[in-house]
Design a protein. Structure first.
Length: 430
């Protein structure tokens, strides 16, 4: 088809006017099992994932592993391999509950954007407008290793809500962020963002507000406690605890019936243990990890609702959450946010800043044209994962979702996640 110059201009403008393309006549699907070939996937090629997962178990990489692939709202692959216990008495089941750690961030980000849609704030509002403990941000200029003291200067600009959503505020992490800030956080009693069961999020926020920043707000991407602070923002604006907001505004409407900060007693037996290697053997790990986190936190009766890492969930529940986003903010007749807000969350919000060849939106890593050359993901896909080996991505163009869940401590080979993506895209046949 040939275009006139005017027609071509209109086509280009329409292509670039939105961060992502949502079909307005799209009927939001509700997840259901389906045959791979019915949604353009080869069941024969998906069988290669079975081999990958079984090999990871046979090679002593993981004790148990599960995967799910969804296309056009149909679950084309949903399998678990291996065992949930070190004695190999109980097979890992599809309804297993995992510590999803940083996959909590996307849910907190959604909560923030739901309140944004209600006109409660603007993205470039200073966080200090709602959390006054951040009214005097300081940027660290010197760090003294011998006693973890530091020198600082006032930041030239306030920390904004957008910067917290994009991890550009200058805050780091207690356990595995910048070494100097880790020491400062430890010295000043800032607790871990999960496994700190008896703390309160409001107290965490007040302590964090006194801590120095690694750099000027908006200057760099630094993965850190940003989303936990956003969890406190949700509490202050909504008048609910983060747990209450999640339950009443997100989990119950979506039917995410197995997602919790602290598991009810009747579901505790479905929680997968965290595994680690001792003398070359995978064993269950209990007690404190190297960052001072008590790994049995999901079965405690805690009061700390860490917006950055506190939740436990199932693959199915998290798949529902992701399908809601691919549906443009709606699932099973319940709309949580508008399709334009989903577009805001899943497009580049960090400008020229580079995150391993990709960008960052409001809660997600966003795959760029450069990034898609790595594993085959489509430009515009969004993703993240959790510290204990859980991983997800969603591809709006292909209407594709992939989840890989396991629970390991510090020993997950990164190539396993990458190979899972490669095998998923290799199974596309339409």
């Amino acid at each position: 088809m040939k275009y006139t110059l005017a027609q071509f201009t209109l086509v280009v403008l329409f292509t670039f006017i939105r961060c992502s393309s949502t079909n307005e006549s799209f009927v939001p699907p509700v997840l259901q099992l389906g045959l791979a070939e019915s949604v353009g996937l080869s069941s024969e090629r998906l069988d290669r994932i079975d081999q990958l997962f079984q090999q990871s178990i046979d090679s002593n990489y993981v004790q148990g592993i599960a995967g799910m692939i969804i296309r056009n709202g149909k679950i084309a692959y949903y399998k678990s391999f291996g065992h949930r216990d070190e004695n190999e008495q109980a097979p890992l089941s599809n309804d297993a509950i995992y510590r999803i750690a940083s996959q909590t961030k996307a849910i907190t980000s959604l909560a923030v954007m739901m309140l944004f849609e209600e006109g409660k704030f603007l993205l470039d509002d200073p966080i200090s407008k709602y959390l006054p403990e951040f009214s005097d941000p300081q940027v660290m200029t010197e760090f003294h290793k011998e006693d973890s003291s530091y020198a600082s200067i006032p930041a030239s600009r306030p920390i904004t809500i957008r910067q917290l959503l994009t991890h550009t505020s200058g805050m780091s992490y207690f356990g595995f962020g910048d070494k100097s800030l880790r020491s400062v956080y430890a010295k000043n009693g800032l607790p871990s963002v999960f496994g700190s069961d008896q703390n309160l999020l409001k107290d965490f926020s007040k302590t964090a507000g006194k801590m120095p920043l690694l750099h000027e707000p908006g200057e760099k991407f630094t993965y850190g406690i940003n989303t936990d602070i956003l969890g406190r923002l949700v509490e202050v604006i909504s008048g609910l605890s983060l747990n209450e907001f999640f339950t009443s505004r997100i989990f119950e409407p979506l039917g995410m019936n197995d997602t919790y900060f602290y598991l009810p007693q009747e579901k505790a037996n479905r929680l997968t243990p965290v595994f680690t290697k001792e003398n070359g053997k995978l064993v269950e790990y209990h007690g404190l990890d190297g960052y001072g986190v008590g790994l049995d936190y999901p079965v405690s009766e805690g009061t700390f609702y860490g917006g950055g890492a506190g939740l436990s969930s199932t693959m199915m529940d998290y798949a529902i959450f992701l399908q809601m986003l691919l549906n443009g903010g709606e699932y099973n007749g319940k709309r949580l946010i508008s399709r334009r807000t989903v577009d805001l969350m899943t497009c580049n919000q960090v400008g020229d800043l580079d995150i391993r060849g990709n960008k960052f939106g409001l809660g997600f890593l966003i795959i760029t044209r450069e990034g898609q050359t790595n594993l085959g993901q489509t430009e515009g896909s969004f993703e993240w994962g959790g510290y204990y080996g859980t991983k997800y991505w969603a591809d709006p163009k292909e209407q594709l979702i992939g989840l890989l869940f396991t629970n390991q401590r510090g020993i997950m080979p990164g190539s396993l996640h990458d190979k899972f993506k490669v095998l998923t895209y290799a199974a596309l046949i339409d």
